[in-house]
Design a protein around this ligand. Structure first.
Ligand SMILES: [Zn+2]
Length: 175
């Protein structure tokens, strides 16, 4: 596929109000495009593919569309696996969303389970999503350190700086 085609798909994915029937094939196209293809991983990453997928994951997860979340997560796996720059992009943009999805299985709200027939499908959907999000978090693990914007100290987690005590945001070292 040519660069232009990938660019169009990226726009489709993040378009407001895009239908699921369009979103799903778009995700599959990207998924196939970057599968075991370092060149395409770089191109799609450069076009903002990681950020686009994170947006899709956040939105579909919010809407409890777990099969679509799964499509987007597997696409993201293909995009970042063995690709350091895309891993760093994911770390910078996607940590919050991935943690939310990964932890959701532990915290399924009671009211979501009381709906009757769909319960098992629902739990299964969340479980698969959580497993994929966890794998992604493990993939970016080696690049996972933050830099304090105040004193510049590198550290493994957010919260307060271990050196100067100032609150640090998720500022990731992109070097
Ligand atoms: Zn500091």
């Amino acid at each position: 596929m040519e660069l232009g085609g990938a660019e169009v798909i990226m726009k489709v994915m993040t378009k407001v109000g895009v239908g699921d029937d369009i979103l799903n094939p778009a995700l599959w196209t990207v998924r196939n495009l970057v599968h075991n293809n370092m060149g395409n991983k770089g191109i799609v990453g450069g076009l903002g593919g990681v950020e686009s997928l994170i947006k899709v994951i956040g939105k579909t997860f919010q809407g409890k569309k777990f099969p679509l979340v799964e499509s987007a997560l597997t696409t993201l796996v293909n995009l970042v696996v063995d690709h350091e720059k895309n891993c760093r992009r994911l770390l910078k943009e996607g940590l919050e969303v991935l943690i939310e999805v990964a932890e959701a299985y532990e915290n399924v709200p009671e009211e979501d389970l009381s709906g009757g027939g769909g319960k098992e499908t629902y739990v299964e959907g969340i479980k698969n999503n959580a497993a994929l999000a966890t794998s992604l978090l493990q993939m970016v693990g080696p690049y996972n350190f933050l830099v304090c914007s105040n004193c510049g100290m590198k550290q493994a987690s957010g919260g307060n700086c271990a050196s100067c005590g100032r609150a640090i945001s998720f500022a990731v070292d992109m070097t």
